[in-house]
Unconditional design. Structure first.
Length: 132
């Protein structure tokens, strides 16, 4: 069996991905809990999107960390949702800024997070494909 065939999503570069996803999962969860419990009336759409992003990051983290066949499928779905979210919310936050009076993780394509939310999904999808 070749080295590529033996690779798992949670080994090598995959460990870095798992750590980055875990950081985003913790950060997005903490941020959304504070936003929702203290200021939900200020920007409910943005704050609920932050909570949704947190769930997506949690699922992606666990799926990448587990690295088995079922987890790989879950990772593809979660990361696909993440990529769509970053692109759609990123575009909407620029085109209709009044709809997002407060930033989310995915606003303006993740500019508040050094565009890591925009870069992370393609990297993760590449890694999933590479380790198949």
């Amino acid at each position: 069996m070749s080295e590529r065939a033996k690779a798992r999503t949670n080994q090598g570069f995959g460990r870095v991905l798992v750590v980055v996803y875990a950081i985003f999962a913790i950060g997005a969860t903490a941020r959304s809990v504070i936003q929702i419990t203290r200021r939900l009336d200020e920007a409910p759409v943005a704050y609920l999107l932050s909570a949704f992003a947190a769930v997506v990051y949690i699922v992606a983290t666990i799926a990448l960390a587990r690295g088995n066949r079922t987890s790989r499928k879950v990772a593809y779905v979660a990361i696909g949702i993440e990529m769509a979210g970053v692109i759609v919310i990123g575009a909407l936050s620029l085109l209709v800024p009044d709809a997002f009076p407060r930033a989310t993780v995915w606003s303006t394509f993740g500019s508040g997070y050094l565009f890591i939310p925009l870069i992370l999904p393609p990297l993760a999808l590449w890694w999933l494909r590479r380790t198949e």
